[in-house]
Design a protein around this ligand. Sequence first.
Ligand code: SF4
Length: 289
Amino acid sequence: MARASLRLAANTPGPFYVDSSCIDCGTCWQWDPDHFAPTGSTSHVHRQPRGEPETRQALLALQACPVAAIGAPADVMRATPADGFPALLTRHPAGDVHYCGWASRKSFGASSYLVVRPAGNVLIDSPRYNGALARRFEALGGLAAIVLSHRDDVADQERWAAHFGCPRWIHAADADAAPGAEHLVQGDGDVTLDADLRLIPTPGHTAGSLVALLGGQILFSGDHLWWSEAEQAVVASRRYCWWDWPSQVASVEKLRDLDVRWLLPGHGDRHTFSAGEWGRQIDRTLARV
Ligand code: SF4
């Protein structure tokens, strides 16, 4: 629970605020940039919401915050929607992609995604476990599988798998982060789960990092790659490479010839690409690294 006594000075005056327990995960300003922004080592409210739709957006940022660092008066918080997450990001012939919100401190607030599709819904990485989100998943058809991009973003995967009785996929090199995972990806070869979903090992950030490609166009990239609005570029970060940087660069190159139209990372900004833009952006990324 955020505390008004710990309210950061950077917040603009008004009912919503960020307190000093913020871990600077980026969840709030990626979800609601109209009201939240990074400060440096924390985030803050840069503009107070006005009217019902804006207040709803800010309340969902509050709900998504992994450490409850966002506060608002009790009468405002009572209007928090129970069905805000998962929130639809895009419809695609291979499945409807939703952002799950409910970020977890265990994964430093990493984004997780739900793909709703006739072949069976898939959860990509794990949100914080809670009953409200579980009921929303149930209403959307439950979970048929969980794909874990790497060891850092497994969060509450065990509880989600137990709730829905569904198998989990993770690379063998990161499998100790999800003991009991039913399926282990081995080596560097791609794994085709079905006609629309492919897992591509991309070692580097961790030894067992992988990305998931939906319908040939939507890339769930974990912490291997993300978009930076500030740099207007696809970023692979040496600073946040925990295992082997040359391997990570080779894993970026491996994705060069895909036809990616959506980049959906665990951390960092989400982005859409026009036809042919992905390859040009990856060339820029490779030139930079
Ligand atoms: S979501 Fe919470 S922890 Fe993350 S940046 Fe915003 S206020 Fe800070």
